[in-house]
Design a protein around this ligand. Structure first.
Ligand code: AMP
Length: 511
């Protein structure tokens, strides 16, 4: 795998270069990272067969990254699970889906919550991981992943109450990585690492920083909990390439100190995952005169991102929403109508992504895979296709413009959420007869979620307290960002003429 070879090259030629730094003060050089991943790979190879998924659980500790590389070297796809974004019931659901006949290997650099009978696990906690690293060992190069082997399986919100695992191959990873280096110039730089590793946006910096001999600067959970801790961490970071969702950048922009004075070396900001509002781009260009701003677009199913555009002052200042960019080499974007027929340039339709970074499918879900994935030829080579469920149009120059979703998926602060996922968890509660969750939209972006609930029996307390109790029940099962901010109790859900829940009517009240 080219990614591993690039890291090996830096470990051999510039071994003392910092590979990983965190806002908590942890560090690893390239040599340390390389040796740690060698030792861990040798241990994993002893307990897992090639192709067997390995859960890597934690937050932003350097060991987490060493574990990712170790899995690649052991021929096992890693399944990244962030301690602060994925609650215990969800961890169990993921474990059950990836478990095989042998106990599921779990490499946990943070206290592991257990999986409550979902499957047998072989747990390596932080102390054990350190012990393995200090004992040393070497990977078997014939087990390194390549081609169609899976690099990672990333679980995203699924519409039926269980997350689904996107299968990203070694080739998808390498192909994305090559483009990532092209976008960022390829020279070693310090990259911001803010998004949880269970969100594929983080692959932007994992690939870009480590394949170029640069440094990943990771913001640990605690540093993201207060504005003062965040600013202090950023001030000492030396970040040159910023990667985040637009929502995180907006949060930072709320502080007047957030500007080139705070991060003198910033030269590039990359955004992905949700709409980049013109105003956010304009303020970034103003506060960081030395930094270019890139808007990029793509789902986890096509490995992080597949289109990009540099946002100019003129584009940011215009009244039209920003485009999301033109396709990377190796990707073709098509717009199709409901029958699958190609739309003319300028016409709105579903965005289809074709190319060499489209994932293999959903892990152990041939039904879901068949629904969204397909195959075609691009420049004479066979590639996969993915129907995104996104609505957009292509202009005459091949620039993609995103208009929203065709289904009930929403983005809140960059996190991908299937409303059906939350509704299913609400419906499972005995006190709920029916439920519909709708996004509240302010200034063109989702500000929060509102759950409309029909109680199974008359409320025995105030609606406010009953709402709090419902949210508390959801907390064990759903990530924090999926917990609706408001709960409204209704006698019945409004219906449209054809008997569906009238989400538009609910959305009108969700403000
Ligand atoms: P995820 O798999 O979490 O990366 O989410 C993918 C979805 O996020 C896409 O299918 C889009 O709906 C949305 N998305 C990604 N990038 C952008 C962007 N630049 N602008 C608007 N929406 C985006």
């Amino acid at each position: 795998m080219k990614y591993l070879e690039s890291i090996e090259y830096t470990a051999r030629t510039l071994p003392q270069t910092p590979a990983l730094r965190t806002s908590a003060g942890d560090r690893m050089t390239y040599l340390e990272l390389w040796l740690a991943s060698e030792a861990l790979a040798s241990r994993i190879a002893g307990i897992a067969a090639p192709g067997q998924p390995v859960m890597v659980y934690g937050n932003k500790h350097p060991l987490m990254v060493a574990c990712f590389l170790a899995c690649m070297k052991a021929g096992c796809p890693y399944v990244p699970v962030d301690r602060f974004s994925v609650p215990p019931e969800r961890v169990a659901s993921i474990a059950a889906q990836i478990a095989g006949n042998a106990p599921l290997p779990v490499l946990a650099s943070e206290p592991f919550p257990g999986v409550e009978g979902a499957c047998a696990v072989e747990l390596f906690d932080g102390d054990e991981l350190f012990r393995i690293v200090s004992e040393g060992g070497f990977s078997d190069r014939s087990r390194w992943i390549s081609g169609e082997d899976l690099a990672y399986i990333l679980f995203t919100s699924g519409s039926t109450g269980a997350p689904k695992g996107v299968e990203v191959t070694a080739d998808c990873f390498d192909n994305f990585c090559a483009w990532d280096l092209e976008l960022s110039g390829g020279s070693p730089a310090v990259w911001l690492d803010q998004a949880p590793f269970s969100f594929d946006l983080s692959v932007f910096e994992l690939a870009g920083a480590l394949a170029s001999g640069g440094t990943l600067f990771s913001l640990v959970h605690d540093s993201q909990q207060s504005a003062s801790a965040l600013l202090a961490a950023l001030a000492s970071s030396g970040i040159e390439v910023w990667v985040s969702t637009p929502a995180f950048a907006s949060l930072c922009l709320a502080n007047p100190e957030f500007g080139q004075g705070l991060m003198a070396d910033l030269r590039l900001s990359i955004f992905c995952g949700e709409t980049l509002p013109n105003a956010t781009a304009a303020r970034l260009l103003e506060r960081f005169p030395s930094a270019r701003v890139l808007n990029t677009y793509g789902p986890t199913e096509s490995t992080v991102a597949v289109t990009s555009v540099e946002v100019t002052d003129e584009m940011a200042g215009a009244s039209d929403p920003l485009p999301v960019g033109s396709a990377r080499p190796g990707t073709r974007i098509r717009i199709v109508d409901a029958s699958g027929a190609e739309c003319a340039p300028g016409s709105l339709g579903e965005v289809v992504i074709e190319g060499d970074t489209v994932a293999r499918g959903y892990y152990r879900r041939p039904d879901l895979t068949e629904r969204s994935f397909g195959a075609c030829e691009l420049a004479g080579a066979p590639v996969r296709t993915y129907r995104t469920g996104d609505e957009g149009w292509l202009d005459g120059a091949g620039m993609l413009h995103y208009r929203g979703r065709l289904d009930l998926q929403v983005k809140l602060n960059g996190f991908r959420i299937e409303l059906g996922d939350i509704e299913e968890h609400l419906r499972r509660l005995p006190e709920v007869a029916a439920a519909a969750v709708v996004p509240a939209v302010r200034e063109g972006r989702v500000s929060h979620l509102v759950a409309h609930v029909v109680p199974a029996a008359p409320l025995s307390t105030t609606p406010f307290r009953a709402g709090l109790a419902l949210k508390e029940r959801l907390r064990g099962a759903l990530p924090h960002y999926m917990i609706p901010k408001k709960v409204a109790f209704l006698d019945a859900l409004p219906m449209t003429g054809n008997g569906k829940v009238d989400r538009r009517a609910l959305a009108e009240t969700a403000r």
